[in-house]
Design a protein around this ligand. Structure first.
Ligand code: ADP
Ligand code: MG
Length: 306
């Protein structure tokens, strides 16, 4: 199977997707943006051995490659529209590519994003780069830099589940909910859309709450305080891990792809599935408290080139 045969069989689809004038097959895609919207452009790369172990199911790799990008679109308050895929393959067996393609389109179909182009190469290890273009109402994108003193600090969903799921996998144990939270994360697209015009700042929690909230606070030139006892924890996490480990996973565990955001008092009343965990202040950095005491949280998040 050569490159062109592979693209035709596994990536080219006849689907008539909104805004796609020319999709896969020409030198470039031709897209029609909505006139009143601005575009959000995101890209993320997954490298074998760095972001996933070599024996990961190709469907799971592809699914994750789409979701990590969708999560960035969600954190900007955007609506996903179009994506491209740059794929470096070490194994171009039909089974591998077929499984990869099924995971890719499972995620794409679920969140209404059209694959409109890409690049296919062979190389020593699998590398997957996805770019997604989203749209948001002009001037309304959620930025990291808008938090103001006195705003509440909130998160969507529950925290620590994905890191707990990974831990269980590494120990050879299972838990359907936690493992699924790691393998098949859910991007918070509808939450992000609901926060447009309401939240003052937002970020997606990919590296862990403490690390990511610190980035938001720094970008906004403010400080913040959170109450560890207010962190939303799933029932499965509470059942499977000791209290201290639950807290550590919720504070520092990555890969949940929930949103952490700030909003003025009452601005997000009525939005369900969110929890207020703290408050923005006029200092710098993040303080974590439990029963009033300051707790030192050792979290650097995952950093490349260290
Ligand atoms: P070019 O040589 O002009 O860059 P290619 O021969 O690489 O074009 O690709 C042919 C067409 O197939 C292009 O429209 C390109 O966007 C698309 N394409 C290539 N690889 C992929 C892929 N992995 N997924 C989706 N579309 C792809
Ligand atoms: Mg060309």
């Amino acid at each position: 199977m050569d490159e062109f045969e592979l693209i035709r069989r596994f990536f080219e689809r006849d689907a008539d997707m909104p805004g796609v004038v020319v999709g896969i097959g020409d030198d470039g895609a031709v897209l029609t943006p909505e006139p009143t919207m601005q575009q959000i452009q995101v890209v993320d790369t997954l490298v074998e051995g760095v972001h996933f172990p070599p024996d990961t199911s190709p469907a799971d790799i592809a699914y994750r490659a789409v979701i990590v990008n969708l999560s960035d679109i969600a954190a900007m308050g955007g609506c996903p529209r179009w994506m491209t895929l740059a794929l470096t393959l070490s194994d171009s067996s039909e089974n591998w590519v077929e499984s990869f393609s099924s995971g890719l389109f499972e995620a794409a179909d679920k969140y209404d994003v059209a694959l409109v182009g890409g690049d296919t190469t062979s190389g020593p290890i699998v590398t997957v780069t996805v770019t997604i273009t989203g749209e948001v109402e002009t001037g309304a994108a959620l930025l990291r830099s808008g938090a103001k003193t006195g705003d509440g600090i909130f998160v969507t969903g529950t925290l620590g589940d994905a890191a707990a799921g990974l831990k269980l996998l590494q120990r050879g144990e299972s838990d359907d909910f936690l493992v699924r939270r790691f393998l098949r994360p859910t991007p918070c697209i509808s939450a992000g859309r609901a926060l447009v015009g309401k939240a003052s700042a937002a970020i997606d929690v990919s590296d862990g709450l403490v690390g990511d909230l610190n980035k938001l606070l720094a970008a906004s030139s403010v400080g913040g305080e959170i109450d560890i006892d207010k962190l939303p924890l799933s029932e499965s996490l509470r059942e499977r891990f000791a209290a201290e480990e639950q807290q550590y996973l919720a504070l520092c565990g990555g890969d949940d792809y929930e949103l952490c955001f700030t909003a003025p008092q009452n601005a997000v009343d009525g939005i369900t599935g969110i929890t207020e965990i703290g408050r923005v202040n006029d200092s710098t950095g993040l303080i974590c408290r439990q029963n009033g005491d300051i707790v030192e949280v050792d979290d650097s998040g995952y950093r490349h080139f260290q």
